[in-house]
Design a binder for this molecule. Structure first.
Ligand SMILES: CC(C)(COP(=O)(O)OP(=O)(O)OC[C@H]1O[C@@H](n2cnc3c(N)ncnc32)[C@H](O)[C@@H]1OP(=O)(O)O)[C@@H](O)C(=O)NCCC(=O)NCCS
Length: 175
């Protein structure tokens, strides 16, 4: 995928590209630099070892994009394509935007791009789980066409030591 130049709502220009192994040190650094607030409703920690084992050793099953600003990764989003033949064309999605780049349109741009790539790749269903309290993320997913498909009661143990509900959301790309 060639570089896409995008100007965000605050006037900052960033570059969108497909993730390659050449970016891996930058990706580690980015996950190390995400704030507690950015991680509050996520699934931390994303330590180097977990990223290596879970993602980088599985690149053939990933559609993964990053956003660069001054040669740093400031956004990462990917779809894991389920390899089982009975799950053909389906996968699940994650996205993290660095705290200095949130709420200025980057998540929107990244997901539009990632979903375009997924469609091009022949995928038809993208799913995810999101903590119901993560209003910004839920808004973003709904804006892009994801529907709430179910509720996972008490499935997420928050840093507040309370159980929280998650939403199961899904998008059918051919719709
Ligand atoms: C969630 C996240 C990916 C969104 O990316 P982003 O770049 O901040 O999002 P955008 O600026 O593109 O869009 C945010 C949208 O949510 C809206 N929004 C912001 N705060 C909101 C809130 N509290 N409630 C509802 N909507 C909200 C914005 O108005 C905007 O909508 P609009 O484009 O219709 O005006 C990003 O904030 C992030 O990485 N958060 C921390 C990690 C995380 O939660 N990841 C998802 C885990 S499932």
């Amino acid at each position: 995928m060639p570089l896409d130049t995008v100007t965000l709502r605050n006037g900052t220009t960033v570059l969108l590209k497909e993730f390659t192994l050449a970016d891996k040190e930058k990706l580690f650094q980015t996950y190390e630099s995400l704030s507690d607030e950015t991680m509050r409703l996520g699934m931390p920690p994303y330590a180097r070892e977990r990223i290596e084992k879970g993602w980088l050793s599985n690149l053939q099953n990933l559609i993964s994009i990053v956003t660069l600003f001054q040669n740093r990764i400031v956004g990462h989003s990917q779809i894991f394509r389920f390899p089982h033949s009975r799950r053909k064309g389906t996968g699940d999605l994650i996205i993290y935007v660095h705290q200095d780049f949130q709420n200025v349109g980057l998540g929107t741009v990244m997901l539009i791009k990632l979903l375009q790539l997924a469609k091009k790749d022949g995928m038809h269903r993208i799913a995810l789980h999101v903590v119901a309290d993560n209003k910004r993320a839920v808004h973003l997913y709904e804006k892009l066409g994801f529907k709430i498909e179910g509720f996972l009661r008490d499935s997420y143990f928050g840093e507040d030591k309370q159980d929280h509900q998650e939403l199961a959301m899904g998008l059918i790309l051919d719709d």
